[in-house]
Design a protein around this ligand. Structure first.
Ligand code: ATP
Length: 513
């Protein structure tokens, strides 16, 4: 299936099966704002829990907080967001469409990358089992040429952005002959910076109202609480503070469904360390976060690191964990070595000391910070798009199945009476009553059982449990596995343990070890 078609399928499946709706759809929606529906909210909560358990519950030196979305406006002066939280934008004069200049260039590079992938596929077919991808991409003249072109374009883009040389970003777009995807023309305006923060007001009267921002990242709520947490939690460096919550950005171009939203949720952890140790902690968190991703079984080949050419004003090293979305490899999570920039800035702007007394060294210092920052909605899209597959079955039919990792699935089991009579619904409902203490389960009696299986497959439910006439005799039921479609006869009293073995967080998170 072409990637575009696959992505369209993902969006329509998300709506049809109650995962994601467009916000205020009856008023034709609001651009880049989405609502999570009855199944989506469960999947999102399970992803959040999976992250929280791995970060907070499993680490005795990481604690959580829940800071407010509104913060004192000086926070954003200190953090640099008022002056520097902007994206370079460019308009096409014919279509009047607005683009992120850096994204136009990156999309151009993605097209060259697609050519590399095509060459690789062709060669893999030609050489068969003897094909060595690494050797091929490092020796094939055409592929090496493509890669060099990508590297030199991204290097120049990074350097121009770093130097704030927006004229050169425009020159690059012109030299590469990038055309507006809508108008097809190359009639561009100059590149300008555009601040992404949403402003609002606090207070009743116009004269006394205070200008506020909706937070563009959750991190600052952690920095301003650093000393409160350290003191009240008697935390010793190295330690981390984790937080999940909403963030808001007035994105210039917000396409690609929930990948880039104007209101989204982040899961961030700031790890406070001794200055000078940032390199090892950077490596540690890179590796640890990648293991977390891989533990979900979405395919190791779907992740890669992308080190930043252009570093944000606060960072001395940064990398992205990129995931292969239906529209290509894109950032899923950022890992940033933020130095002592934020704490120092807050010290300066607040006039309050934000230092740590190291009992071993008998000295005060401003800790350095290692940040892991992942978008919950992007993670949702990664999981959901990866899970949606069309399978050819042996009898020449197809089935749509949402192969969500069982630990994240909204419903763990559907309980189905084979027929709506003979006391079968009563037994099925009793099973629901017993299991719902431990898992989200659902009852379904409508349509033939085969159709109910298909419905639950498309919904991502890992198990279907069917109550039939034999159940009346021997208290056994059929349990059907979503992915293998294998069916087994088991005792009702064993159901809880069978389901638990596959959906338990422990079973999944242990894969990180
Ligand atoms: P991008 O380059 O895609 O704009 P970013 O580098 O600005 O992202 P960060 O500031 O590092 O993103 O934010 C951390 C994480 O928050 C990102 O890795 C991403 O998963 C998520 N995120 C950022 N912006 C958005 C958005 N507009 N919608 C959804 N998720 C987002």
């Amino acid at each position: 299936m072409a990637n575009d078609d696959q992505f369209k399928k993902v969006i329509s499946h998300a709506k049809e099966y109650g995962y994601v709706f467009q916000s205020s759809e009856i008023y034709d929606g609001l651009s880049a704002v989405y609502d999570y529906a009855q199944n989506g909210v469960e999947l999102k909560k399970n992803i959040r829990d999976y992250w929280w358990k791995a970060m907070v519950q499993m680490n005795d030196n990481i604690v959580g907080i829940d800071a407010s979305i509104f913060m004192h406006p000086t926070t954003w002066k200190a953090s640099g967001h008022v002056d520097a939280f902007s994206d370079p934008l460019i308009d096409n004069k014919d279509s009047k469409k607005r683009y992120r200049a850096d994204v136009l260039v990156e999309d151009y590079c993605a097209k060259i990358e697609a050519k590399i992938e095509k060459e690789v596929k062709k060669a893999a077919k030609r050489f068969g089992d003897a094909f060595n991808k690494e050797e091929f991409v490092s020796t094939n003249g055409r592929v090496v040429g493509y890669q060099e072109k990508i590297d030199s374009i991204l290097k120049r883009l990074g350097q121009s952005l770093e130097k704030e040389d927006l004229a050169d970003v425009k020159a690059l777009i012109e030299e590469l002959e990038i055309a507006c995807p809508v108008a097809g023309s190359r009639n561009w305006t100059d590149v300008k910076q555009f601040n992404l923060m949403f402003g609002t007001k606090l207070g009743a009267s116009a004269e006394t109202a205070m200008d506020l921002y909706l937070r563009p990242e959750t991190a600052q709520g952690i920095f301003v609480n650093f000393l409160n947490v350290q003191k009240t939690g008697r935390m010793k460096i190295p330690f981390g503070i984790a937080q999940t919550g909403k963030a808001f950005r007035n994105e210039i171009v917000a396409r690609q469904f929930i990948f880039r939203m104007r209101e989204f949720e982040q899961m961030e952890m700031q790890f406070f360390i001794k200055p000078g140790t940032q390199k090892e902690w950077f490596e540690y968190w890179k590796e640890t976060r990648l293991k977390w991703h891989k533990s979900l079984g979405l395919g190791d080949e779907n992740y890669r690191f992308h080190d930043h050419e252009k570093l944000a004003h606060y960072a001395d090293a940064a990398t992205d964990i990129e995931f292969k979305f239906p529209f290509g490899f894109k950032e899923l999570e950022g890992i940033h070595s933020r130095t002592d920039f934020d704490l120092k800035q807050h010290e300066e702007f607040s006039g309050k000391k934000l230092q740590y007394f190291d009992h071993e060294d008998k000295a005060n210092y401003t800790p350095y910070v290692l940040e892991t920052s992942i978008g919950l909605d992007r993670m949702f899209l990664a999981v959901f798009s990866n899970a949606l597959v069309e399978e050819e079955l042996e009898n020449n039919t197809t089935r749509t199945v949402l192969k969500l990792p069982a630990v994240l699935a909204p419903n763990k089991a559907a309980i189905l009476p084979l027929v709506k009579k003979d006391g079968l619904p009563e037994i099925a409902k009793q099973i629901v009553e017993d299991l719902k203490w431990d898992f989200n389960v659902t009852y379904d009696e409508k349509d033939a059982v085969g159709r109910r299986y298909r419905r639950q497959d498309a919904n991502g439910t890992p198990f279907c449990i069917t109550v039939d006439h034999d159940t009346l005799e021997d208290n056994s039921v059929t349990i059907r596995h979503r992915d293998t479609m294998e069916q087994k006869r088991v005792k009702i009293e064993d159901l809880k343990e069978i389901i638990k073995a596959e959906v338990d967080v422990k079973h999944w998170l242990k894969k990180m070890k």
